[in-house]
Each structure stands twice: as structure tokens, then as C-alpha cells.
Design a protein around this ligand. Structure first.
Ligand SMILES: [Zn+2]
Length: 88
């Protein structure tokens, strides 16, 4: 299985995930996604759009005290992640 450095849903570095990645229904690790996006074999927010995800992540980054332009740069790549590019 391919390993990813960043969650392929929100772009968060998986190294920063306190649980080290999402999980499948049987409890195995799913290291393509972080534990915030993917738990027990399904997305925690299955109906979120890429624009909503960008807003969420931007808010989180600003909450952590990062400048808005950094948040903008970071979230600018979210639509390139695998979750948002299925079928392409
Ligand atoms: Zn994530």
C-alpha cells in the first residue's frame, strides 16, 4: 500500500496526527487519511465539499496562530488531494 505524508482529504501532515492516521472498520490503520477525516472505514464528514474542507482547515490553521496567507497557501492544494480527484 502506498504511504502518504499528508492526509489525502484535508492535507494535514500525518506525522502531526495524534493517532497516526485513520482506521478501517476492523481497526487496521488507513494511512492515506488522518483520524479526523477517516474513522472505522468511512469518512467522518462524507458529504463535505472541497470548498467546505478548505474553509474548515483554514479556520483550524488560523486558530493555531498562523497568518491567514499561510492558511491560504496550505488550503490552496486541498483540491489536488486524492479524495477530491476520484475518477480523474
Ligand atoms: Zn484529514
Amino acid at each position: 500500500m502506498a504511504t502518504f505524508k499528508n492526509c489525502q482529504s484535508c492535507g494535514m501532515p500525518l506525522a502531526k496526527d495524534e493517532l497516526g492516521g485513520g482506521t478501517e472498520m476492523d481497526g487496521t490503520k488507513r494511512t492515506k487519511y488522518c483520524s479526523h477525516c477517516y474513522m472505522n472505514g468511512e469518512f467522518t464528514m462524507p458529504n463535505i465539499t472541497v470548498e467546505e474542507m478548505k474553509e474548515r482547515v483554514k479556520q483550524k490553521i488560523v486558530e493555531f496562530g498562523m497568518p491567514k496567507f499561510i492558511a491560504g497557501m496550505f488550503t490552496g492544494n486541498i483540491n489536488k488531494l486524492e479524495r477530491w480527484n476520484r475518477g480523474k
